[in-house]
Design a protein around this ligand. Structure first.
Ligand SMILES: [Zn+2]
Length: 215
């Protein structure tokens, strides 16, 4: 009853509401396959340590100063990218064959870290790992590719280099694949009106919302 409301009950209600909101947010992220790069994320801190934080001003928003690089990385984290991925609604996994090697399923981590069919991507990849000073295993399983992609994104000092690399590789693949993309035996001619570009537009809106939420 309103007559029972006092400072203590208001504080208790606020705490309960906050807990409900954060739990709901965490469940939404955990249950969304498009957000697989955010699952079990630990936030890197300036001292090199990591901490599980539901909502904060994320390290890449602070560390990646070039807007295009930051947007490209944000879109990747939200499951929107040039690479065949969950962006292509309704396309079954088996139809998402890599447009460079024509063998592996095309995922962001495959294009960024595994595929060796495009020389430009391979060169950019080697430059990144030379810059950050770690050695990428010559053979990467799919799980290892996700592990290393998260490793180079969720690092306080590496993330500007990673964002530049992701932006470059995205541009390379866009040039390579934008004119024609094969989905199964159907040819799609991509232009500025196609679904992928609409997805990127949606991503910008989601991007803005998640900036506010601190995701
Ligand atoms: Zn490939």
């Amino acid at each position: 009853m309103l007559i029972d409301i006092n400072a203590l009950t208001i504080k208790t209600l606020c705490n309960a509401l906050c807990k409900h909101v954060w739990d709901s947010l965490k469940n939404d992220i955990r249950s969304n396959p498009r957000l697989y790069l955010l699952h079990d994320r630990e936030e890197p801190l300036p001292d090199g340590s990591y901490k599980r934080i539901t909502s904060t001003l994320r390290h890449y928003l602070l560390q990646v100063s070039i807007t295009d690089h930051r947007h490209c990385l944000t879109n990747l984290l939200l499951g929107y990218s040039t690479f065949r991925s969950l962006s292509l609604h309704g396309v079954p996994d088996e139809a998402r064959v890599c447009r460079a090697c024509l063998i592996h399923r095309e995922t962001p981590e495959h294009a960024i870290l595994q595929c060796s069919a495009d020389l430009c991507t391979v060169t950019q990849r080697a430059e990144l790992f030379d810059t950050i000073g770690i050695t990428l295993p010559k053979t990467l399983s799919d799980d290892a590719a996700i592990f290393y992609l998260k490793k180079i994104i969720f690092h306080w000092d590496w993330v500007p280099h990673t964002a530049r690399f992701v932006h470059s590789v995205t541009a390379t693949w866009w040039d390579m694949c934008a004119k024609k993309a094969t989905v199964g035996d159907k040819q799609l001619v991509l232009d500025e009106d196609d679904d992928m570009m609409e997805d990127m537009g949606d991503a910008d809106m989601v991007d803005q919302a998640l900036y506010v939420a601190g995701l």
